[in-house]
Write a protein that binds this ligand. Structure first.
Ligand code: SAM
Length: 257
């Protein structure tokens, strides 16, 4: 008799059930503990920032060292890592049996927290392109309500309206074609569902603009102005668009009517 699947495997099965049927056929691979929808290494010409995110050492130290330092550099004044997670969960209205998508989840530092806020059939799906990040997520971020999928956020493998909540923190400034990613996140959001993003902010700041532009361009990191993301959400038909700016960080959330 084969052993009963553990909580993590059951969560993975629930994540698998959310994939579009055509994606399901292509995704036989779960041997690493996550569903791998990609056969290659991801971006063919990665920037320095993307390289860093697909590095085993960075993945291992990301949550404890890399992210806190980056948060301090970004000047998200007063918000600790825990504070950021709590803000995301509150802005998304998380709880109960919701389906939650954490786009560009890295080592699962938010996905795990989201999963802990769910119950019953609720599931938080962490989605990322980096094998090293997802290996780390499987080591430290699995649970009865958290599972992981490897793919490219420019083409999310889910039907329209699949998720009650969609999150994307600390990634829109480094993913290629970020507005395609935004369109995809809105597409998979269900009516009544909430979306929350955190990304860079700097374009209106006169002193920071040139220095940040230079550093950002070298690293392959994008700086956003105040209007781009709220405007994109409003243009996509989302309502209750709210923005909070802290240092060179912006948090934007909205709801699908
Ligand atoms: C800085 S980490 C953010 C992790 C986490 N969300 C947080 O707030 O700490 C950015 C993540 O974006 C992922 N990423 C970059 N391009 C991607 C793409 N096209 N599709 C999915 N994930 C991508 C990287 O692999 C990396 O794990």
């Amino acid at each position: 008799m084969s052993p009963a699947p553990d909580d993590g495997e059951r969560a993975l099965e629930r994540a698998r059930a959310l994939l579009r049927p055509d994606e399901l056929r292509a995704s036989a691979r779960t041997d690493a503990g996550y569903l791998d929808l990609l056969r290659d290494e991801g971006s063919p010409r990665p920037t320095a920032a993307q390289h860093a995110m697909n590095n085993r050492l960075v993945a291992a130290v990301y949550e404890r060292a890399w992210r806190p330092v980056w948060t301090a550099v970004m000047g998200a004044n007063g918000l600790s890592a825990g504070g950021e997670r709590a803000k995301a969960a509150a802005d998304l209205g998380l709880g109960g049996e919701q389906r939650v998508l954490d786009v560009a989840c890295g080592p699962g530092n938010f996905t795990r927290y989201f999963g802990e806020r769910l119950a019953g059939e609720g599931i938080a799906v962490g989605f990322d392109i980096s094998r090293h990040m997802l290996d780390q997520a499987v080591r430290t971020g699995r649970g009865p309500h958290a599972a992981y999928v490897r793919g490219d956020a420019r083409r999310l493998p889910f039907d329209d309206g699949t998720f009650d909540a969609v999150c994307c923190y600390a990634a829109l400034y480094l993913v290629p074609e970020p507005m395609t990613v935004v369109d995809e996140m809105v597409r998979v959001l269900a009516p009544g569902g909430r979306i929350a993003v955190m990304t860079s902010y700097g374009r209106e700041h006169p002193l920071l603009r040139s220095a940040l532009g230079l550093a950002a361009g070298t690293l392959g990191v994008r700086m956003y102005d105040r209007a781009t993301l709220p405007d994109a959400f409003a243009a996509a038909g989302l309502v209750d668009v709210a923005q909070q700016i802290r240092g060179v960080t912006q948090f934007v959330n909205a709801r699908r009517p």
